[in-house]
Design a protein. Sequence first.
Length: 213
Amino acid sequence: MPADRPARGEVPPLTRLLWWKGGLMGVLHRGGMLSRKAIHLGSGLMLLALPLWGFAGFQRLVWLAFGVAVVVEGFRHTPRGRMLFNRYLGPLLKGKERDGALTDAFWHLLASAVLVTLFPPEAALAGFLLLVFADSAAWWAGQRGTVRIRKKTLEGSLAFVGTGVLLLSLLPGATPLRIGGVVMVTALVEHFVERDNLWVPLVAGALWVLVPG
C-alpha cells in the first residue's frame, strides 16, 4: 500500500463516500468528459424551482449557484486551490482550466445569471433550455458523428436543432418564426465561438426578444 494512502478503516466516512475507490469522486474521475456533461445536464434541475416558486424562485436559485461559482473560482485561483483542484478534479478539467483559465461551468452559470437578470422570463428560459439540454444533445450526437463542420459535427448540429425546436415550442409566445430564428442562429453560433456556454444562451435570449412573435 502506498505510504500516502491510509488504511480503509482510517478513512473518515464522508471522505470514503467522496473519494475512496468507488466513491462519488472516483466515479466522476472515471467518467471524464461524460461526467462534465452529466454535471452540465444536472444544472437543469434548477428548473424545478419554476413550479414550486415561480420565475422569481428560479432567479434566486441561479444567482445562488453563480455566487457559489464565483467563490469557487476565487479559491481555485489561489496556489493551494489550484493544487487541490488539479489533484482531485483534474480529470474533469480541460487543459487550459488546469492552467488557471475559468471553467466552462463558470461561463455556464454566468450566462444563466445574465439571462435571468436582464431578459424577460420566456427569453431567459429559451436561452437556458438551449444551454442545458440542446447543447447536451449536440455533444452526445457529436460523439457519434462523422461529418465534420469546423470543430463540430453535422450530427451534433442536427441534434441541437431538433432538441431546441422541441423545447422552445413549449414556451409561451413560441411561434414557428421565433423558434426557427433562435434555433438556427444559435446552432451556427456554436460553430464559430470559443465559449459557446456563454454566447449560445445569450444570443438565444436576445433573439427571442428581437424576433417577432
